[in-house]
Each structure stands twice: as C-alpha cells, then as structure tokens.
Design a protein around this ligand. Structure first.
Ligand code: 5GP
Length: 218
C-alpha cells in the first residue's frame, strides 16, 4: 500500500465514531445494487454487507449463509414472534428480514453496515435509527431496467413483470421518502460505485454524536 493510500485510509478510520453506522441501500430488483456494493466493499475499510434472511427459493449461484440465510416460512415467522428481526418486510409474497443480532454485533464492533433491503425496510430503519443513511439506487430508465432483469435470467416472465410493476410504483414515492437522503443512478457501474463511496466517506465525517477530539485536545 502506498503511503498516501495508507494515510487516507487511516484518517478515514479515525473519523468513524465508535459505533458503526447503517447505510441502507434500496432500489428496484435488477438495478445492480449487488455489483455496485461489491465494488465499494472491496475499496473501503471497516464496512460490511449484512446477510439477510429470506423465505424465497435459493438461486443456483447463491450460498446459504453468505447470500442469504434461507429459511422456511415457519422458521421465519417464529423468529418474527421472538423479535429476532431488526426490520422485516414481505416482497413479492416472500419474506425478507435483517437480523437484529447482525446489526447489533457489527455496529457494536465499530463496523459500518450496508443493508441491501427494500423500501419498506428502509422506512422502518429510518424510524429505528435516525443516524441511518438512506440511499435509493435508480436505473437510468425503465427499458434498461427490464433489459437488466431479463439478462440476469434468474426470473420467470411473471416475476419480471411483477418486479417491474413494483419498481414503477416505488419510483412515485422516492421524492418524499428520500428527502434529506440520497438518490443515485446506476448507469455506468464504476461511476455509480464512486458516488456511493463518496457518500460513505462523507457520511463518516458527519457529526452525529460526540465529536472525537484530535490528539492533544481531549
Ligand atoms: P431478491 O429476491 O432479488 O434477492 O430481493 C428482492 C428484494 O428484497 C430486493 O429489493 C432486496 O433489496 C430486498 N431485501 C433483501 N433482503 C432484505 C431484508 O433483509 N429486508 C428487506 N426489507 N428487504 C430485503
């Protein structure tokens, strides 16, 4: 690592308050949230992706415990009753949720956490944690979104239609839901990742609690 790179990473780390922050990334299915997030995770220190639980079927390339915790509906409901979820929502007739244990252990360890969750979950997190940063990732257009969903080839014709309908519905409330937060467009992957990185870095300098005094000022 070059000296300049080491210096900028450590100054970034020192700007992190002791408790990690939540970066809640939402956006229509197929917009490319996963690819953008992976680029950012590879380039920034002290940030991780939260692994959600879901009742939807595992896709061939997905790994249980890494992509999602794949649960039966009965198991998911039991965990809801036992208050194991920080937030949860139903999307396209399947249940998805962020485990409270993941949020508490990682942010407690000072790690920032990316929650890649739907807009209903984002609304819940905003109420639970006013310091959470909400980011909505939109496609450059509806036709491009449809193309990306079809290219992914993991969806049936029916789920493509359902997911496009959800995207159109969501887009209507973005202006009010995300006031004071961020809306970014994923046209070119690398450029979108740069914007997301800039948001994370800038937010690490936002004063949300007691400021950490520079050495000698304590
Ligand atoms: P997919 O089935 O394509 O993996 O995800 C469908 C939708 O569920 C996406 O919008 C994704 O962001 C959302 N999602 C994934 N995990 C969670 C979660 O833990 N909570 C909520 N509320 N939504 C989630």
């Amino acid at each position: 690592m070059s000296r300049q790179k080491a210096d900028s990473s450590s100054s970034e780390l020192s700007a992190i308050r002791r408790k990690g922050r939540l970066f809640v990334i939402s956006g229509p299915s197929g917009v490319g949230k996963g690819s953008v997030i992976n680029l950012v995770l590879a380039q920034l220190p002290s940030i991780e992706l939260s692994v959600s639980a879901t009742t939807r079927a595992r896709r061939p390339h997905e790994i249980d415990g890494t992509s999602y915790h794949f649960l039966t509906e009965a198991d998911f409901k039991q965990r809801v009753n036992q208050h194991e979820f920080y937030e949860h929502a139903s999307y396209n007739n399947r249940m998805y949720g962020t485990l409270r244990s993941t949020v508490e252990s990682r942010t407690g360890a000072g790690v920032d956490l990316i929650l890649e969750i739907d807009i209903q979950g984002a609304r819940q997190v905003r109420k639970l944690d006013p310091t959470a940063v909400l980011i909505y990732m939109q496609p450059p257009g509806l036709a491009e979104l449809e193309k990306r969903l079809r290219d992914r080839a993991t969806e049936t014709e029916e789920t493509v239609r359902e997911r496009l309908a959800i995207a159109q519905e969501e887009q209507k409330s973005i202006r009010t839901d995300y006031r004071g937060h961020y809306v970014i467009t994923n046209d070119v992957l690398e450029q979108c990742a740069e914007v997301l990185k800039a948001i994370v870095v800038a937010e690490r300098h936002r004063l949300t609690g007691q400021p950490e005094a520079p050495q000698g000022f304590e």
